[in-house]
Design a protein around this ligand. Structure first.
Ligand SMILES: NC(=O)c1ccc[n+]([C@@H]2O[C@H](COP(=O)([O-])OP(=O)(O)OC[C@H]3O[C@@H](n4cnc5c(N)ncnc54)[C@H](OP(=O)(O)O)[C@@H]3O)[C@@H](O)[C@H]2O)c1
Length: 315
């Protein structure tokens, strides 16, 4: 059964790629690479009728992802930490964008946000887990290191509360924003013995390792459904992610238009429909460390995360 589903997806992906290359105009599309923008990566797509959730729509890659997917016709639900910032971001979009308040460090708001999204009573075609922080020093939420909570645990809870809606879509997609920085996670990977963060650093890398492992385990759990989960590195992008650490972007940082390109493509392009359990950068599978593909650690992270947010999961 599992093999059949995988085989079907591979065939689907191959057929779509062959069809796409035969379509008039395809040859004129620019090659998809590190310089491609989100608008270019989604050129010609008609996303009318699709509902796509993007967390962190007020800034950087999330803001551009929402803008471009709405431009292509999707109804985008953009999450923001305040009603005012969400409304400002959604009002600036050409197309349909609806703000929902969500603070990933506050699990009660994850519940109210998911309840508001569920109240729309539509399948969720894509759920882009984009919001994220880099913190300058140790902060904690309920005794847990805050970067892990915001970047991973809040998204874990949101996905769990919306997963049946993703599975209900014709081909629901969960896209998790990870990072190549995951390879710099503390030795041993996820710090199950001390999630308070008191005894280790590399907090951002640790959270991005968690993002990748979460997507990996989710993909395994979705293997018998029509839905998929993939992790994406947007590449080093000049956004606002480094605001707490002095905005130290390298000179080769790309634009948010480029950073949002692969996330948008994974969320909406027919060519990405069969992908499950991958880690992508610049429209192609990217290398990962052994830790990042550690299925046992991914399964353990799922179980531990579940126990940490149990009080906010549906009964
Ligand atoms: N930029 C890069 O070089 C790079 C590289 C690899 C991966 N990424 C990943 O890409 C994703 C997007 O980052 P970005 O570069 O676009 O950063 P950004 O410009 O700082 O945007 C981050 C977004 O996350 C939101 N956010 C922050 N804390 C939140 C919380 N507690 N609850 C809910 N939302 C929260 C922010 O909302 P506010 O406006 O309210 O703060 C903002 O909308 C992140 O997951 C990041 O780790 C970025």
């Amino acid at each position: 059964m599992l093999i059949d589903t995988r085989r079907r997806r591979l065939l689907q992906a191959g057929t779509l790629a062959a069809l796409a290359s035969a379509l008039p105009g395809f040859a004129r599309m620019p090659a998809l690479d590190a310089n491609t923008t989100a608008e270019e990566a989604t050129a010609g797509l008609d996303l009318r009728g699709r509902t796509i959730v993007v967390t962190g729509c007020t800034s950087g890659i999330g803001q551009e992802t929402m803008r471009v997917l709405a431009l292509r016709g999707a109804h985008v639900i953009g999450t923001a930490r305040s009603r005012a910032s969400g409304e400002a971001a959604c009002n600036a979009v050409k197309g349909r964008a609806t703000p929902v308040v969500l603070d990933l460090a506050d699990f009660d708001t994850v519940v109210t946000a998911s309840t508001a999204i569920r109240a729309l009573d539509v399948p969720v075609d894509a759920l882009v887990c984009n919001a994220g922080v880099v913190l300058d020093g140790l902060e904690q939420v309920r005794g847990l290191e805050k970067t892990f909570v915001v970047n991973h645990l809040g998204h874990y809870l949101l996905v769990r509360r919306l997963l049946d809606r993703v599975i209900a879509a014709p081909q629901g997609r969960v896209i998790v924003l990870g990072s190549g920085d995951a390879r710099n996670a503390p030795p041993g990977g996820i710090q199950f013995a001390d999630l308070s963060g008191a005894s280790w650093e590399a907090r951002y890398a640790h959270s991005k390792l968690a993002n990748g492992l979460f997507s990996l385990e989710l993909s395994r759990r979705l293997a018998t459904t029509r839905a998929t989960s993939n992790c994406v590195s947007p590449g080093h992008t000049r956004s606002h992610i480094l605001r707490n650490v002095g905005n130290r972007y390298r000179s080769d940082a790309r634009s948010v238009q480029q950073g949002a390109a692969t996330p948008c493509w994974l969320a909406a392009a027919p060519a990405a429909a069969g992908f499950n359990g991958g880690f992508y950068r610049d429209f192609a599978p990217a290398e990962q460390s052994t830790l990042e593909r550690d299925t046992a650690m991914a399964a353990r992270l799922w179980t531990v995360s579940e126990s940490l947010v149990r009080d906010w999961l549906p009964a």
